[in-house]
Design a binder for this molecule. Structure first.
Ligand code: RP5
Length: 153
């Protein structure tokens, strides 16, 4: 994530990975404030054995796109909600990548972060049958929790 201030949002991705038993690391890597850290992280990611990167940032959210420029690993982008423009700035910054350097962009905010965790798990599950079974069980439990009829609140 680009800042400590992104953590309340990005924790939703981490919580999802915890639920699914997926190992991960969490780092603050800012495209603007720590560009050398971004460079090193992206350059070494695949060689270190990372398989998917979830990158969340807000405002001029260049982290996911720059990360995608430095690694062939799949990069999942999370637009963090901003006060000034409600995260639309983050969304557009992450979404509009030039041809050749894709970022799989999620929805703005916590739902997007949680879905980033699920998307990462889905990618990893292609090569991990145990994880695939856990993901199937998670999805079935969510589906079973949805009532068929609404109630007065
Ligand atoms: C971005 O600037 C970060 O991803 C964060 O969403 C935003 C604001 O950062 P702070 O000023 O709160 O550190 O780089």
């Amino acid at each position: 994530m680009g800042s400590q201030s992104d953590w309340p949002t990005m924790r939703e991705a981490a919580d999802m990975l915890d639920q699914l038993g997926v190992a991960y690391e969490k780092r603050i890597v800012s495209a603007h404030r720590t560009p050398d850290r971004l460079w090193d992280y992206g350059k070494g990611a695949a060689a270190r054995g990372l398989q998917v990167i979830i990158a969340g940032a807000g405002g001029a959210a260049h982290l996911p796109g720059m990360m995608a420029s430095k690694t062939r690993l799949p990069v999942i982008g999370v637009p963090v909600q901003t006060k000034a423009l409600a995260g639309v700035d983050s969304l557009y910054s992450i979404l509009q990548m030039p041809r050749g350097y894709p970022v799989a962009t999620m929805a703005i905010g916590g739902a997007g972060a949680a879905n980033a965790g699920l998307m990462a798990a889905g990618i990893l599950a292609l090569q991990d049958a145990d994880l695939a079974a856990r993901l199937d069980a998670w999805r079935a439990a969510l589906s079973a929790s949805i009532p068929e009829e609404p109630v007065d609140e």
